[in-house]
Design a protein. Sequence first.
Lengths: 179, 309
Amino acid sequence: MSQKVLLNAKEVNIILHRLACQLIEKHNDFSNTVLIGLQPRGVFLADRIAKILKDDYKVQNVQLGYLDITFFRDDFRRGEKPLSANSTKIDFLVEDKNIVFIDDVLYTGRSIRAALTAIQSFGRPNEIELLTLIDRRFSRHLPIQPDYRGRQVDVINNEKVKVHWKEYENEDAVYLIEK
Amino acid sequence: MSELSVDHLLGIKYLNPQDIQLIFETADHFKEVINRPIKKVPSLRDITIANLFFENSTRTKLSFELAEKRLSADVINFSSAQSSVKKGETLIDTVNNILSMKVDMVVMRHPNPGAGIFLSKHVKASIVNAGDGAHEHPTQALLDSYSIRERLGDVHGKKVVIVGDILHSRVALSNIFALKLQGAEVMVCGPKTLIPKYIGELGVKVETNLRAALNWCDVANMLRVQNERMDINYFPSTREYTQQFGVDKALLDSLNKEIVIMHPGPINRGVEITSDVADSKQAIILDQVQNGVAIRMAVIYLLASKIKQ
């Protein structure tokens, strides 16, 4: 199993700040906008983006939630491994809100499809956008594209993109791993 | 671990502590789901479940049906009162006829102990035991433990007394297995005639003095006297039973600590507990009912994930 660095800590930092600025450009003071990190690994990116917005750009109203999509996935009973759920934590109403879904890697688009269904259980949002750190090009199974992307990469099917966070894996980096 | 060790839920006896932990963790997620504005997930949309009730039930049947519908399963219901069982059809024939309509899972309540186990050996479907005679009622025991965990933080190390008609109670037996598996201390309390002779072999304490039992415990699970299963008189009169084994507010307030009161329902108000106890803050009877839906969703979800496509 070999691995290659796609982004190092400095590049990740620059990209996160750029994504935060793009969000501010569109959503101003976030008074009607909520960020939703997708479980399991999208929440790390969502936490980081929310922290940058609050600490570095002094945005006061950042509302952050976590959404678990396990029970909305389309591969229940189809995979080798059983699906295990994570917690959902949305302490605010999403009715008429502008939602930004946040996930680390956009691959087939099926998780996002599930998230679009899952979020309906919490109300009818005004609009939903998608932010991803890594966009795997040419691998989509569904017509889903990100509104904010960190880096677009071309990855073949037997390769995997893994995002590391310094809070959990002691470093900020993105790796391309050959299975 | 994210998979049950069993393909059917026939009784707590066949589970291990990891299974119970997994069911509880999954139920935590479903409890969050059933408190959403839209209380439904699409996981089981290609699963069909038959609820076969050969014995009367209100709560359990509604709870299972709601759990199945919240998971988006297709549900068919059957109760023996309006069926061909009355015309002499055997259990296996009845169930196989239903299964030939492409049913994946069977939830069954039956008056005969072991009916679920028998069925699991003869038909191709996941079986969930919703009560078999005086044998087991596993989902009730799971939701009872889950409610204790919710109120007291953990089941391990807690002292639980089960009060009343132990002899005829499937809830008692399943609870004993479930509580022991999780490391709780268990006591049974009731008239000697309603306590099985060899119950001590299950590792439970026996007490016939209610006040002593309540002073010992953290949680009291009050059972109903099952008059319908009694062919002889096990105690002189209901009034005498209530005097010795009924809990009222005065008794509760006179204890040296605040205990949690549970009841699997249906309550005979004024017999095993009085109304002011049933409606007091110490009672978690309605929490048990709400948790029942989440626990049954978890059990059905976890068993369905093991059904091959």
